[in-house]
Design a protein around this ligand. Structure first.
Ligand code: 13P
Ligand code: SF4
Length: 339
């Protein structure tokens, strides 16, 4: 270990990433591609990552697609360009592989809104309920969960549960409320939300729609009900992307994290994509957790193979069951990579 690496590794605990200066002359794209080959590594990136990271990734997708890819890969190292719960899920699905996350502090407000010790007590009040958790939760919460879901398969997961079985849905109250409406099932909801999808401004969106009368308004189900009520289409990131490809409109106002616009624009270069505005002066919503990952941090984590996701064995063994259930239901419903 060089002196620089030793001190950087010490700081890793505090900062969440390797704090090593990267030569500004270095061609990061070439270096990252070289490291992928040399180390038999695969880069999995979520649609909310910055465009440069998406462009260097081997696979770009939503939470379900990324999980399916992580479970199926024969790479030795999975480099996860996303947030902590996604990398944890990859580790649970491929426990013998090294899973790297460029910045360990790339968290998630939804996952943080549901601390496992509080959820355990909450769950005790409903002993006969089945627990469905959105995959945006910690690995430990997955150990308290019967079935996980993502925004792509949530309806299929809820519909797979017998009608007489009561359900707790955690941690996203907005996705939960949307699912109650969509499936007609009455569910007990945990009171969590995503900081990005919660702050879209209805007033600014209405004004934007008036300025672009031909634009379709599309939204992610993590948005609040009044925003979803205005939407022409509601879906996961992959759902939204597919909709813009197959639909005949030429303009879209998109209510989700702005990173998805990169793939929308690449897939339909002749169409116009406008990010839906939040309740502040910004033009779009960005997830501060997703955006903690940078090309420099991605390069460093591949070069030094840290920070690595390490989970206790019991968490992997107990938590993976809820993910496996979700994968089976998705497979049966033909959802995800094959769908
Ligand atoms: P999907 O990409 O699965 O729709 O999830 C959105 C999200 O918020 C991920 O953090
Ligand atoms: Fe979590 Fe929301 Fe960021 Fe997704 S966009 S990682 S749900 S805070």
């Amino acid at each position: 270990m060089t002196a620089t690496l030793a001190s950087a590794a010490q700081k890793l605990d505090r900062n969440g990433y390797l704090d090593i200066e990267v030569d500004p002359e270095l061609d990061l794209v070439t270096e990252i591609k070289r490291l992928k080959k040399e180390k038999n590594a695969i880069i999995l990136a979520h649609y909310y990552q910055e465009s440069e990271i998406q462009d260097v990734a081997d696979f770009i997708g939503d939470s379900l697609g990324l999980s399916q890819k992580a479970a199926a890969t024969d790479a030795d190292i999975i480099v996860f360009a996303g947030v902590h719960f996604m990398a944890e899920t990859a580790k649970m699905l491929s426990p013998n592989k090294k899973v790297l996350l460029p910045d360990l502090k790339a968290g998630c407000s939804l996952a943080d809104s549901c601390p496992p010790h509080l959820f355990r007590k909450f769950r005790e009040k409903y002993p006969d309920h089945i627990v469905v958790s959105y995959i945006n939760c910690t690995a430990e919460l997955k150990t308290l969960t019967d079935i996980c879901c993502t925004s792509t398969n949530a309806v299929a997961v809820i519909e797979s549960i017998p009608k007489d079985k009561p359900i707790i849905f955690a941690p996203d109250k907005n996705l939960g409320a949307y699912l109650i409406k969509k499936t007609g099932r009455d569910m007990v909801l945990w009171n969590g939300a995503c900081m990005v999808h919660e702050i879209f401004s209805q007033e600014r969106i209405v004004k934007l729609k008036n300025r672009h009368p031909n634009a379709k308004f599309i939204a992610h189900p993590e948005c609040e009900a009044p925003i979803l009520e205005m939407a022409d289409y509601i879906g996961s990131t992959t759902g939204l992307l597919k909709y813009t490809i197959n639909d005949s409109a030429q303009e879209y106002i998109v209510a989700t994290e702005a990173g998805i616009l990169h793939q929308m624009q690449l897939a339909s270069p002749h169409k116009t994509f406008i990010p839906a505005p939040p309740e502040n002066n910004c033009a779009c919503n960005e997830c501060p957790h997703m955006k903690r990952n940078t090309m420099e941090k991605l390069y460093l984590c591949m070069e030094y193979e840290m920070p690595e996701i390490i989970l206790p064995q019991w968490v992997i063994e107990q938590g993976v069951k809820s993910i496996d259930r979700m994968m089976e239901i998705s497979e049966k419903a033909g959802l995800g990579l094959k769908g």
